[in-house]
Ligand binder design. Structure first.
Ligand code: COA
Length: 213
């Protein structure tokens, strides 16, 4: 079994631990050593404190080749941490963690460090960069182009041919209609329905319905 640590001891870290346990339940693959955090002094009652191994200084003392999964649910923070780790501790590895209950279509291409949870459907010929966190029960349609560091939370629905930049948050039950372009660092808030392009850094809210006569 390969040793792996989860960066982040909060809710997202727990979710990632479950993805890895799901993989192990099909075929034992990963030895989960525990969690690593940025600052031990910031640990709170919602964190899995007993399973925390240490901080980045602890990580820097581990043998080269240790695998890390980023359990970070905020796109901007995930980007900062992954860039810092890759610069300061070059020997770490970032496997793609794909839950066995994911439906992965043909022709999907992805970089490194992507985390994909149960009941997620990734449509045909979709591409994604690195360190995306695709939480459970969501759908990406066909031919989607996704950058890096994006977070899609449960119930998110990304239509076919959508183009997403980096560090996009898709909050629970938000829908992006087909072929729309979503700029980097955009926030698609919970339940929003996106029927037009969204510029970089924008936050979009709500759904507008009207009678079609
Ligand atoms: C993205 C999000 C965090 C925005 O929160 P925020 O920036 O703090 O927004 P605020 O609370 O300041 O709200 C600003 C306004 O937008 C409204 N608003 C915020 N989110 C909204 C939503 N999803 N739908 C409708 N209106 C919303 C607020 O009611 C408020 O309106 P007001 O000014 O008239 O009172 C929030 O909308 C969201 O989607 N949360 C879920 C995040 C998530 O993915 N969680 C993980 C679950 S697994």
């Amino acid at each position: 079994m390969k040793p792996i640590v989860i960066y982040g001891a909060g809710g997202a870290g727990k979710v990632v631990k479950q993805f890895i346990l799901d993989i192990n339940s099909q075929q034992p693959q990963w030895d989960i050593l525990g969690y690593v955090v940025t600052d031990l002094a910031d640990l709170g009652p919602r964190d899995s404190v007993e399973e925390v191994l240490g901080d980045e200084e602890w990580l820097s003392r581990q043998p080269a080749g240790l695998s890390v999964a980023l359990g970070i649910g905020t796109p901007g923070i995930g980007k900062i941490i992954s860039e810092r780790l890759r610069t300061n501790i070059p020997g770490l590895q970032y496997p793609n963690i794909v839950d066995p209950n994911v439906i992965m279509s043909f022709g999907v291409k992805m970089g490194i460090g992507n985390l994909i949870g149960p009941w997620f459907i990734v449509g045909p010929e979709t591409t994604m960069g690195d360190f995306n966190f695709l939480n459970c029960s969501s759908v990406i349609g066909h031919d989607v182009r996704m950058g890096s560091y994006c977070v899609i939370n449960p119930g998110g629905s990304i239509g076919g041919g959508v183009e997403m930049g980096d560090s996009v948050l898709v909050a629970p039950n938000a829908s992006i209609m087909q072929y729309k372009k979503i700029g980097s660092e955009a926030t698609i808030t919970a339940g929003a329905v996106v029927n037009r392009d969204v510029p970089d850094g924008a936050s979009v809210v709500g759904i507008r319905v009207r009678m079609k006569l």
